[in-house]
Design a protein around this ligand. Sequence first.
Ligand code: PLP
Length: 367
Amino acid sequence: MTTPGVRPEPADADWARRAAGLLAADRAAEAATPLVRLSLPGVPAVPVYVKDESARTTGSVKYRFARSLVLAAVVRGAVRRGTRLVEATGGNLAVAEAHVARMLGLPFTAVVPARSAPDRLARIVERGGAVHRVDPPPAVYDHAERLARRVGGHYLDCLSTLGPAIDADLDNGVPGLADEILHDLAARGRPAPAWIVTGVGTGATSRAIGRYLRRYGHATRLAVVDAENSAYFPGWVTGTRDYGTGMPSRIEGIGRPRMEPAFDPDVVDLVIPVPDASGVAAMRVLARVLGVPAGPSTGACLWGACHLAHRMIRAGESGAVVLVAADGPGPYRRTFYDDDWLAGKGWDLAAATRRLERFVTTGDWGV
Ligand SMILES: *Cc1c(COP(=O)(O)O)cnc(C)c1O
């Protein structure tokens, strides 16, 4: 029997309500990640902080985005009880999505390049996810879409859906990373920073931070660091949205052969191209000298932050610089933290290491 004028609820409505409730509770229970002030004796005038997102659930800045992507798909009715979630990456976002899928009792498959490192894929499998290896790497997208269609699953398609999911969170007043950074500083009696520095890969982190800062009228500026071979720096400088390099980045998490759709160049005040060797050297100085072990994209952020701190000192500007540590050292123990692996890459880290160590102790950036 149905009540006139009231549409009968679909059978899945109960499940969707419970799923949305679980994700909302997860968000409400989320603790702030640490904000760590770096000890830079040579640079007393510009405090530099690391926002350590490796402390977030699943160990990276991607966790909030994964939760938002899945929630948006549930609310749209694209994901129901038992729907297999499919993603076309084996990186931090897939690890986070595997965690969210398991929380909701949903099966998850990451379609990944065949040559992905086994210990990286283990992070997905540990969280109950399945892994499909395909070759060549650019085939992951088509394969994921077809797999989802074949099994009646849902292709999360992060590169296209991150932007809308972030915008919906902003519209709904869902607190994000920029909000958290400003709160961390306010709790210490500090004003908003002069700069926030993050890496750019999918474009999600910089979009979320930059749009938040503009929407609420903060004077804080946003810089993103880019890797070699990436489209972001040349595309941003020339104002060319469809700039393509066709070349993969060597720094995991940042640099893409094209500008991804989630990237919003209009909310980015500066794109800093960081030589790969400089970013890797900085990652090691950050861990060894400054006591904050993190991944190589964070090393690139430290390099960018030092560049900005130097510019501020020279211009007589005051204020803090906050850099985002997107992930920790764990996934890179056998690669960027391994001397033998590094030696095989042919990066000369010596000059960059010296320059950074000199900056830390004397404030001299050497330009
Ligand atoms: C996601 C991520 C970033 C930030 O890039 P996005 O533009 O948000 O994709 C930087 N480093 C790592 C390791 C990441 O996983």
